[in-house]
Design a protein around this ligand. Structure first.
Ligand SMILES: Cc1cc2nc3c(=O)[nH]c(=O)nc-3n(C[C@H](O)[C@H](O)[C@H](O)COP(=O)(O)OP(=O)(O)OC[C@H]3O[C@@H](n4cnc5c(N)ncnc54)[C@H](O)[C@@H]3O)c2cc1C
Length: 500
């Protein structure tokens, strides 16, 4: 039986990021994910690659600086799924004073890493288009930069690149037990469809199970490590597009928190998030009526037009696996990552990951490998490579997205531009792999609606571990919000028949 250098539990952004980095440095890597890639917290985020303006208030300068540097770096690595977004922050007479907002934004602009993204500017909301949907007491504000990310696709692209470097990535495979046999970890892995088990051996074990990190530590692994995790739920609501322009808002709330209002999937607006301590099974987290009411009323403080409960077309919820630093309120718990190593002389190490942001996943992976340096010589080679080599489909200039669409549209004149644009957003230069030699959409097999074709579905099955309609519609393509019930049903039936 092959003995892997490292085995990773969890196919979220952190697990897949670690797998990519380790495999690229020449380690043999095994990763198991109990459901689909990114089915945990990594697809339920606000989807921002950001420094986290709010964390400055909690003096998290290390985290903010690292995240700000990562912001442009990640944009360069995957300009199809990551792109700049401008945020409008209206001043509020009875909340933080304008000088404090300006100071925070000055620090945010200058803490590091900003080369291409435009700086902050002051806005006259009585004149600027961004003021149009807002109540008239929002007279001025500021506009600053961050980036948007398709979170689930970031995870899949890391997994694909890890596999390209030799990693074995398995989905629907759950770790049910891990025993340490001095220098080796022996894992019992259960196939979630057949319930058959198998054994995998590795020299080091990485617990990147996100909100399940303590479940793995307490119930699956032999370890006495103390598990200080704070599970904090965050929910979002989605409504039909609330306004015309393409900037996002960041609103201050009277409770000291902030919420984001973000253009989403062209036809929708995303509003989030909440922060509340969570108990129970993270896979069952859902947006509660209280949270939905909170988000509607927080946004309603700013928008002229009344937002109604019936306007909410979808909601989702995720659980942040934060390190418990003893902060009194959920919103104040650190968003920084903490790594805990359980290693005694002569024994195979176990490293557990607590906390972290999507934005800092790549740096977290580097920090994990740094901690494992004493065990593997190869780790000292190619340090930092993941910050230089683009992710699959990202091999075009960082500001060249429109050019990519133009080129592919020219090469495929029989296709509608909006179809090509959708493919470029998801797959970057790999859009060509889906289009192949087809001259029109009818040559791409069955059409399920909204330009989703059989060729695309087959690509997702073959290269991106998609196994169910949910994998395809809600994580790989995000078409779930757009397709009719009938369209969705036909994808489900297609996948069921395909899996028989
Ligand atoms: C509401 C909300 C908003 C957020 N917004 C942002 C944002 O805008 N920007 C940002 O940078 N960050 C954001 N974050 C933080 C970010 O989403 C998380 O820090 C990150 O996704 C955590 O990734 P992870 O890989 O550690 O965990 P996960 O994505 O949860 O991955 C862990 C995986 O482990 C698997 N697993 C668990 N147990 C087992 C087992 N026994 N065997 C096999 N597999 C197992 C799970 O199925 C899961 O897929 C947000 C988080 C939340 C909740």
């Amino acid at each position: 039986m092959m003995i892997f250098d490292i085995a990773i539990i969890g196919g979220g952004v952190n697990g897949c990021g670690i797998a990519r980095d380790a495999a690229g440095r020449g380690l043999s890597v095994y990763l198991c994910e109990q459901h689909d890639l990114a089915s945990g917290t990594s697809s339920w985020s606000t989807k921002l690659i950001h420094g986290g303006l709010r964390y400055l208030e909690h003096y998290e300068f290390r985290l903010v600086r690292e995240a700000l540097i990562e912001r442009e770096r990640l944009w360069r690595l995957a300009p199809h799924i990551i792109w700049p977004l401008r945020f409008v922050l209206p001043a509020h007479r009875s909340l933080r004073p304008a000088w404090l907002l300006r100071l925070g934004l000055f620090i945010y602009d200058n803490l590091g890493g900003r080369k291409l993204l435009p700086a902050t500017r002051t806005l006259n909301l009585l004149k600027d288009e961004a003021g149009v949907p807002l109540k008239s007491d929002a007279r001025y504000g500021f506009e600053y930069s961050d980036c948007w990310v398709d979170d689930a696709r970031l995870v899949v692209l890391n997994a694909m690149d890890a596999r390209a470097h030799g990693a074995v990535i398995e989905t629907r495979q759950k770790l049910i037990r891990a025993e340490r046999n001095q220098t080796l970890w022996r894992l019992t892995i259960e196939n979630q469809s057949t319930k058959e088990t198998k054994t995998v051996e590795a020299r080091a074990l990485i617990n990147a199970a996100g909100p399940w990190v303590t479940d793995v530590l307490k119930h699956k692994v032999q370890s006495n490590m103390e598990a200080r995790i704070r599970l904090v739920q965050g929910s979002h609501i989605v409504m039909r597009r609330l306004y015309e322009h393409n900037r996002a808002y960041i609103f201050q709330n009277a409770d000291g928190r902030i919420i984001f209002v973000i253009p989403y999937q062209k036809q929708f607006t995303l509003i989030g998030t909440t922060d509340r301590d969570f108990k129970g099974d993270p896979s069952e987290a859902h947006a509660t009526e209280d949270e939905i009411t909170y988000l509607i009323s927080a946004a309603g403080e700013y928008f002229k037009e009344k937002i109604k409960r019936d306007d909410v077309v979808w909601s989702y919820s995720g659980v942040r696996p934060l390190y418990d630093d003893g902060a009194p309120r959920a919103q104040e718990a650190t968003r920084d990552y903490v790594l805990k190593l359980d290693a005694q002389d002569g024994y195979a190490p176990l490293l557990s990951v607590f906390g972290g942001k999507i934005t800092t996943y790549r740096r977290l992976a580097e920090a994990v490998l740094d901690r494992l340096k004493p065990y593997f010589e190869k780790i000292s080679t190619r340090v930092g490579w993941t910050g230089k080599e683009v992710l699959p489909g990202g091999n075009f200039p960082v500001t060249g997205f429109d050019m990519l669409i133009d080129q592919i549209t020219n090469d495929y004149p029989g296709f509608e531009r909006m179809h090509i644009e959708r493919l470029c957003r998801l797959y970057g230069t790999n859009a060509r792999k889906i289009l192949g030699s087809a001259a029109t959409i009818s040559e791409l097999g069955r059409h399920f609606g909204m330009t989703l074709t059989e060729h695309e579905v087959e690509y997702l099955i073959k290269f991106e571990w998609a196994l169910t309609a949910e994998d395809i519609l809600w994580r790989r393509t995000k078409l779930g919000l757009h397709l009719t019930e009938e369209n969705t049903k036909s994808v489900k039936i297609f996948m069921q028949n395909r899996n028989i």
